[in-house]
Write a protein that binds this ligand. Structure first.
Ligand SMILES: Nc1ncnc2c1ncn2[C@@H]1O[C@H](COP(=O)(O)OP(=O)(O)O)[C@@H](O)[C@H]1O
Ligand SMILES: [Mg+2]
Length: 177
């Protein structure tokens, strides 16, 4: 059966849990027979946008290219899972408008907890000044004003966060759970 495409956009601080949650959702949807594409910050920056850095302009350009790809996939009935810090509300609003079938998921976690997790040692580098423009340290993160869903990864288990995402996609008519 053919399903309507959508882009589930996971936004939040580095180490809040975007990748971990989206990978699990991707696996579940694939097993259910959905066409799934997963666009992740690290993968995209290695391939599509390896020429870009982390200034506000480059972050914007990065997201513009990603939006273009996500839009093509979405209109071809793919379930797109996109995991990007995407710290600016204005840009996220533009992405929503461009893609249309767009679900904004705020993966919320206090920065102190993100610093404790520091999955790739990036906070350590940022806090010691080895890298600049790091969101949560030098760069701002604008909390989503009206996300479709908030998951709180410092108080929920991974499975609880995943279930909330699947419930929301079901409620919006994009999947049948
Ligand atoms: N409820 C939760 N949801 C997602 N990740 C969690 C949760 N609780 C703890 N974690 C942990 O937080 C870390 C998040 O890392 P990652 O998914 O790479 O973050 P991001 O992609 O947002 O930078 C992982 O080590 C993960 O195991
Ligand atoms: Mg990630």
């Amino acid at each position: 059966m053919e399903h309507k495409g959508f882009t589930a956009w996971f936004t939040g601080l580095p180490c809040c849990g975007k990748t971990t949650i989206a990978e699990k959702v991707a696996e579940i949807l694939k097993n259910k027979g959905y066409k799934v594409e997963y666009l992740d910050g690290d993968i995209v920056r290695k391939n599509l946008t390896s020429d870009l850095g982390f200034s506000k302009e480059d972050r914007d350009e990065n997201l513009k290219r990603i939006t273009f790809v996500a839009k093509l996939l979405t209109r071809n009935n793919v379930a797109v899972l996109a995991t990007f810090v995407s710290p600016y509300q204005k840009r996220r609003d533009i992405i929503r408008r461009d893609i249309g079938d767009f679900v904004e998921i705020y993966v919320r976690c206090p920065v102190e907890e993100c610093i404790k997790r520091d999955v790739k040692g990036m906070y350590k580098k940022a806090l010691s000044g080895k890298i600049k423009n790091f969101t949560g340290v030098q760069d701002p993160y604008e909390e989503p004003k009206k996300p479709d869903l908030i998951v709180d990864t410092d108080s929920e288990t991974l499975d609880e966060s995943v279930e909330k995402v699947l419930d929301k996609l079901d409620e919006l008519g994009y999947i049948e759970k």
